[in-house]
Write a protein that binds this ligand. Structure first.
Ligand code: SF4
Length: 390
């Protein structure tokens, strides 16, 4: 049992993050299961609706009482809108909510949607981190994924980001792709490193239901690397990136010292966040709610002055505790007992007892005086370990 006396829903919480969702892309990638819709010209009505939501939530007591530490505009492809439209959205957030003086402000972009001018507009508005969805440095693999950009466009976008003054750049890469061999992955990593990014996210492709890839895998029309080869790709990433000074700090994320993504760290620490836009989720001190997923319904409701919400739940403290442990174990540093104790007056050994001791004896987790983390043997099978702690 989690003791709830003397705890308030916001006990021990750190400054929250703000997320804005832009649910449009130029075309749909074959593996995509995100809330995104293909269009060439994104609707201005959506930005107007999002802006009205920003103003609405900035006036709410929970937000007025807090200073936000991060802003993340994700998608979809946020840069499907022009630089000046996105810059106006960033400025509206910065004027409407209180942010810490060192706030991390990230925009996600796809390579074929940015120019030096777009990115310079974002820098001027206060954006200090750019996350580029490169995925692979190979036209053959990009075409296989159904990505709408080319290798040359990725190179140009990275160059443009540096020219526009971005000193904190993330590149998203994917491995375990159809037709990808270990040597291809090595080449993608080596090319990425030539650009000296401050942050790299290396995700293994997962086949999600109801995507074109799921149908192709089912019909045997695409073949993925086997488990052994995918594991070799993961191990190659850890080794090459460590040599280049990018430390692995989460299952799939690497950064140079001090440039870990603070917005995502807040999710993994199960911190509070406000998510606005179609399909965005918020978690305000244990109250979780989602906004409607379809952008046109979102825009319609917001324009009528109604809240575009679909579902809300109030999470019991025990569920929040388990979530904090499960999400926190994604980080290489694991979970801090002191942090959990501040929020829940409880630590993992107290709560899980024998389950945790069994995992320790199997060599899958390490428990020290003040920390629980996945071991070297536990990290590659993280999903199975975490399933036992949910
Ligand atoms: S760019 Fe990202 S969000 Fe858009 S379709 Fe591709 S995977 Fe989905």
């Amino acid at each position: 049992m989690v003791p709830d006396s003397a705890l308030t829903p916001g006990s021990g919480e750190e400054p929250p993050g703000l997320y804005l969702h832009i649910p449009f892309c130029k075309s749909r990638c074959a593996y995509c299961s995100f809330n995104s819709y293909a269009c060439q010209t994104p609707p201005i009505a959506y930005l107007a609706a999002l802006s009205s939501q920003i103003r609405h939530w900035a006036g709410q007591q929970w937000c007025r009482e807090r200073t936000f530490a991060t802003l993340f505009i994700g998608g979809g492809t946020p840069t499907i809108y022009g630089g000046s439209e996105l810059a106006a959205l960033v400025r509206l957030c910065l004027e409407s909510f209180a942010f810490t003086s060192e706030a991390e402000i990230t925009v996600e972009a796809n390579p074929n949607t940015v120019t030096v001018q777009t990115l310079a507009n974002l820098r001027q508005a206060g954006v200090n981190r750019l996350s580029l969805g490169v995925q692979a440095f190979s036209d053959r693999l990009l075409a296989g994924l159904g990505r709408s950009h080319t290798l040359a466009e990725a190179a140009a976008a990275i160059k443009a980001a540096r020219q526009a003054g971005f000193a904190n750049l993330n590149l998203d890469l994917m491995y375990g792709l159809p037709g990808q061999r270990l040597a291809d992955w090595q080449e993608s990593l080596a090319t990425a490193l030539e650009y000296e990014p401050e942050h790299l996210a290396c995700y293994e492709l997962t086949i999600e239901e109801a995507t074109p890839f799921a149908r192709l895998v089912e019909k045997g029309e695409i073949i993925l690397p086997d488990e052994e080869e995918a594991l070799a790709m993961a191990e190659l990433s850890h080794a090459l990136l460590a040599q280049a000074g990018l430390q692995r700090y989460e299952i799939s994320n690497y950064a140079v010292s001090g440039q870990q993504c603070r917005h995502n760290l807040n999710y993994w620490r199960n911190g509070a966040y406000l998510g606005l836009g179609a399909g965005a989720v918020s978690c305000l001190s244990g109250l979780r709610f989602s906004q409607v997923a379809k952008p046109e319904i979102f825009a319609d409701l917001a324009q009528k002055g109604e809240l575009p919400l679909i579902e809300a739940e109030c999470l019991p403290l025990a569920a929040r505790f388990r979530e904090s442990v499960v999400m926190g174990l994604r980080m290489i540093e694991g979970v801090s007992f002191a942090r959990l104790h501040r929020q829940f007056a409880l630590t993992p050994p107290d709560y899980y007892g024998k389950i945790l001791e069994d995992l320790r004896q199997q060599g899958l987790v390490e428990i020290s005086k003040d920390r629980l983390r996945l071991s070297k043997a536990g990290l590659p099978v993280a999903n199975q370990v975490l399933a036992r702690l949910v």
